[in-house]
Design a protein around this ligand. Structure first.
Ligand SMILES: [Zn+2]
Length: 481
């Protein structure tokens, strides 16, 4: 007979304090008691996040998305309640922060599966460029969709610089307007995944799936958090108020109140572990004017008034010194030498296994050539590449890497000499492009150079010493050509 662990809660944090869902039996598969609530956040000043609403119509003004400034405010009032435990409050001036945009292309935008994302790169970059015109704000494009009637679909993700929203009354859930939808998409924007992995029509379908997976409930897990248990999304009970569902011999908890669940509920909350991720993402986005840096070698970044100039040896690291990748509008031919790590010859590998990895599943357009070199590594692992330099000269050396929960801290070297500061590739529960990491200005002779990376340490919360490398750019000294 199977032994069931006594308790695992569907933990939640609300503005009123810490609450918990129904206490339910749950197997111990990697699940543990939720962390104690960080109640201090409730009394601290909230970080204001200014929101820009862009109401989209077609080029000719038709198919204008049915949303008003007042409706945006109502959506944001709900979002304020959800994100208060994460120390956020939304600021929106219906007069100043609501704009109209005519663009059939953007108005037609719909989410795409991994296999179709590359096709959407151009329109995604358009939206990124427009969003960059409203710096330091969270930009929401309220668009119509690609049909004759307005869509109720919305989407976002941690690597996008915007949320794609829809008409206020166009979206419904269980027979009423979906007031939690915008807050849910903001959850994706700040790095949260769904609490569920897949969805099922009926309880019987979910039970059959569980049985087929040898009763491993992790098939239902959409996020890696231990305070949001694997949460089967089942349509036939979506509108009830059940907190658990009997699947075979098990009572399986449902995170009905969680903002990243699709279940209907009048209140929506964040778990303590989700709060940690939201705060990490908000802090990271704040450093980059609310953008998410991209790996776009060869693009000249726009000047950033408050950013320090990338200097000879002093710049480096994934910190504020490395600015965001520029919007496509600032694209210019840099004359750079660009190499992708996934195709660069490896000179030497010690305590590391490197293999190319497709990254479209992690980012819509954020990785150079949509791929990286994934390096499964131990501490002190070193990976060296052969890099051809066709012309002698001074170069700004820029590395584009990947941030992930299992990634360590890396020191770069050229010909065995340290260049730039060590950079930390750890991310809290999300995979993201690092954006440009400066290794400083270097004099390189014509010929083959050894560029190497050593894992020297890891963030205390990083689960391993792995790392990921996307591309390297040698930007020649002097004006862009
Ligand atoms: Zn979602």
């Amino acid at each position: 007979m199977r032994v069931l662990a006594p308790l695992t809660l569907c933990a939640s944090m609300t503005a009123a304090g810490f609450g918990a869902g129904a206490a339910l039996a749950w197997p111990a598969d990697g699940l543990s008691k939720p962390a104690a609530p960080a109640t201090h956040v409730l009394t601290r000043a909230l970080t204001p996040v200014r929101v820009t609403a862009v109401r989209v119509s077609d080029d000719d003004g038709r198919r204008q998305t049915p949303v008003s400034p007042d409706e945006v405010s109502r959506w944001l009032q709900f979002a304020d309640l959800v994100y208060k435990p994460a120390g956020m409050r939304f600021v929106f001036d219906p007069e100043k922060d609501f704009h109209d945009l005519k663009s059939t292309r953007i108005n037609n935008t719909m989410p795409a599966g991994v296999d179709k994302r590359a096709d959407l790169t151009d329109v995604s970059l358009d939206m990124r460029r427009i969003a960059a015109g409203y710096p330091k704000t969270l930009v929401v494009f309220f668009r119509w969709g690609n049909a004759s009637t307005p869509t109720g679909n919305s989407f976002s993700s941690g690597d996008l610089n915007y949320v794609v929203g829809c008409g206020f009354a166009s979206t419904g859930v269980c027979g009423h307007q979906n007031i939690s939808l915008l807050a849910h998409e903001m959850g994706h924007y700040v790095g949260l995944a769904h609490t569920f992995a897949g969805s099922y029509q009926t309880v019987a379908d979910a039970a059959a799936a569980l049985l087929a997976a040898n009763n491993n409930p992790l098939i239902f897990a959409g996020d890696p958090f231990d305070d949001t248990p694997p949460d089967p999304m089942i349509s036939e009970i979506a509108c009830l108020d059940t907190r658990a569902v009997r699947l075979g011999e098990r009572d399986v908890p449902i995170c009905r109140d969680n903002i990243m669940s699709y279940y209907d509920s009048p209140t929506k909350t964040l778990s303590p572990r989700q709060v940690r991720t939201v705060k990490w993402m908000l802090e990271r986005r704040s450093r980059f004017d609310m953008t998410a840096p991209q790996n776009t070698p060869g693009r000249i970044d726009p000047p950033r008034p408050e950013a320090p100039r990338e200097g000879a040896q002093d710049a480096g690291g994934a910190g504020p010194a490395s600015g965001p990748a520029g919007p496509p509008g600032a694209d210019a031919k840099s004359g750079s030498i660009i190499a992708e790590f996934e195709t660069l010859p490896i000179a030497e590998a010690t305590r590391v296994n490197a293999s190319p990895q497709d990254m479209l599943g992690f980012s819509w357009y954020g990785f150079s050539q949509h791929a990286q070199l994934y390096c499964r590594a131990e501490k002190n692992a070193t990976l060296a590449f052969k890099l051809d330099v066709p012309r002698e000269g001074w170069y700004d050396v820029i590395v584009y890497a990947t941030l992930a929960p299992d990634y360590g801290q890396v020191q770069a070297m050229i010909a065995g000499r340290r260049v730039g500061q060590p950079f930390d590739l750890w991310a809290d529960s999300i995979v993201l492009p690092s954006g440009p990491i400066s290794l400083g200005r270097q004099r390189l002779t014509k010929g083959t150079h050894e560029v190497s990376f050593t894992v020297i340490a890891k963030h205390p919360l990083a689960s391993a010493f792995n790392f990921g490398l996307d591309a390297i750019e040698l930007r020649p000294d002097g004006p862009a050509r």
